[in-house]
Design a protein around this ligand. Structure first.
Ligand code: SF4
Length: 352
């Protein structure tokens, strides 16, 4: 049997019916404006709905259309992105807005293929925008859909395996064909987010449980097979702390690598704490030897430990003087790690 023959005829109708009756009332579900949907999809990448909710309307009030977004400096967009993390998304959104204005006469692309040319827009996001805004029958597969389909169709294989993903895209491509492809795609997202959840799926209220292989086997959480664990690397960062009444001395990170373009305390990296400290001492004047704070942070594949040391004087300016300055941290787009480190030092100083 081909994968497409796995799809029961009534599946599409059941998903649509359930979605329309029970969908969450989310602000981006009240629009078909492709720019607004683009913003919501980018905000929702790796970020929970509850985090995006307070930011979405505020962002659109500040940048109501693609031309306004393109007209401001990148830093203004990053500042408006505060609280959402993963600032690379804000920078890509800004670059994409400039591309739309400069290359497309300010008109958003209308097909998934064309949308994929925008920076930061992959196949999933392009499928979401094209189907919701323009009614194109463009499929989408994300982590939620992987889980839902793997269980529904009883598909074996590690959830990261290219072979499983290929099968899932074929199934999604078939299922999206027909009336209201945008609603159908949102029904898939909603199903994975609210019913077919990673643990304890709500099979009792699932509209398609009668067809579900995993449910029939009595062990829904068996699918999809977990991906093989990768060993996490460790990274040590030494930060330098120097402040005056004007603010804390911050530096902008390079535009490539970790936290591209964000601001932080002067830093150096190493595979051990000693190595990171040595690298920091090579370029700034350290004060006391004992650290004043330590914080930990998890990245997707790395565990980061950052130790903060007081500096005896302000670091030198570089030729690119704009990338270094005294600042009030709350007003600068900081990396999440730098924010944690600054809060830790300030708490120490307040004796908390
Ligand atoms: Fe997921 Fe349960 Fe529905 Fe199957 S029956 S799709 S496991 S929620």
């Amino acid at each position: 049997m081909s994968d497409i023959e796995l799809i029961p005829e009534s599946l599409r109708g059941l998903l649509l019916e359930h979605y329309r009756a029970h969908k969450r009332d989310l602000p981006w579900r009240h629009t078909r404006d492709p720019y607004h949907i683009w913003v919501s999809e980018i905000m929702l990448q790796q970020t929970q709905v509850k985090t995006v909710l307070p930011r979405y309307n505020v962002f659109l009030e500040q940048f109501p259309d693609v031309a306004t977004l393109a007209s401001v400096p990148e830093e203004t967009v990053c500042e408006a992105w505060a609280g959402l993390g993963y600032y690379r998304r804000a920078r890509n959104l800004h670059r994409g807005a400039n591309f739309v204005v400069e290359e497309l006469g300010g008109v958003m692309p209308t097909t998934a293929k064309a949308l994929e040319k925008l920076p930061g827009v992959g196949r999933y996001t392009a499928g979401a925008i094209a189907s919701i805004a323009f009614g194109e029958e463009s499929p989408l597969v994300d982590g939620n859909v992987v889980r839902f389909f793997a269980r529904l169709f009883g598909l074996p294989g590690d959830k990261e395996s290219p072979a499983l993903k290929k099968r899932l895209w074929i199934l999604a491509e078939e299922l999206v064909k027909g009336e209201a492809p945008g609603d159908l795609n949102q029904a898939l997202m909603e199903q994975g987010a609210t019913i077919c959840t990673p643990t304890s799926p709500s099979c009792g209220v699932c509209p398609v449980s009668e067809f579900c292989v995993a449910f029939g086997e009595g062990e829904p959480e068996k699918y999809p097979a977990p991906s093989k664990k990768k060993t996490r690397k460790k990274l040590h960062i030494a930060f330098g702390w120097h402040h005056t009444k004007t603010g804390i001395w911050l530096e902008q990170r390079d535009l490539e690598g970790l936290w591209p373009g964000l601001w932080e305390l002067p830093s150096a990296e190493g595979s051990t704490e000693r190595e990171a400290l040595g690298a920091l001492a090579d370029r700034v004047a350290l004060g006391e030897e004992a650290p004043i704070a330590e914080v930990r942070h998890q990245l997707t594949h790395r565990d980061v430990t950052a130790t903060v040391y007081a500096l005896s004087k302000r670091p030198n300016n570089r030729a690119d003087g704009d990338a270094r300055r005294y600042a009030i941290p709350l007003k600068a787009p900081l990396s999440a790690l730098a924010r944690k480190a600054i809060v830790a030092v300030q708490s120490q100083q307040l004796g908390r």
